[in-house]
Write a protein that binds this ligand. Sequence first.
Ligand code: CA
Length: 240
Amino acid sequence: MPAMGARILVVEDEPQLRSLLRLYLERDGHAVADAGDGPTALAAFDRDGADLVILDLMLPGMQGETVLEALRDAGDVPVLITSAKRSDAERIAGLRAGADDYLPKPFNPHELTARVAAILRRSRGAAVDAPPPIISLDRGRLVLDPGSRRFTVAGGEPGRLTPGESALLVALAARPGAVLARQQLLDVVARRPDEVFERVVDVHVANIRRKVGDDAGEPWLIETVPATGYRLVANVDPVP
Ligand code: CA
């Protein structure tokens, strides 16, 4: 297997599409396991793990949303949703539930392999590069280790950010007080530069706020700058 090959689990109930995805992914040097339904997929993931899961939402029996939930409970494997549900609301719901990307059906297989490469680059970038320094804000009110993406927050439960959320917060913390436009932040999380996916930035910010107990109305962490983007309002503590 080439160095860049990843272990990819394809969850898709349509046999022809499953074979097609396998063909394309294997051609890119990935090791592919597949499953036609949710329970089979979760059993395979439990047994063998995966570096990335490609998940169809409309599955017989257990729904893809339930599979996503179980995967999120198990850890932070990147998930790319493929679905015929294509409204903005449904895409945003998928991202909010913890998917890393959402590709509406029907899709061009080249588009899929490009998205897979982008997701793997992001998740590996975090693992391969020297771990960025721990970020401490407001005298330790929030402490984030971008390497593990684990955080602690005063008065709240410790938790973990997704790769996209962590990258976004790191970018904001690199320029405290400066307004960063959605498009700049979108570049950080490496999404498609179309209107729908600019909203990915908003979803990531909403998720961060929920996890760390920030209040959009009276923020101590991230302030929304209307029609522009976001800025970090917390102070960045000096690196000890
Ligand atoms: Ca399906």
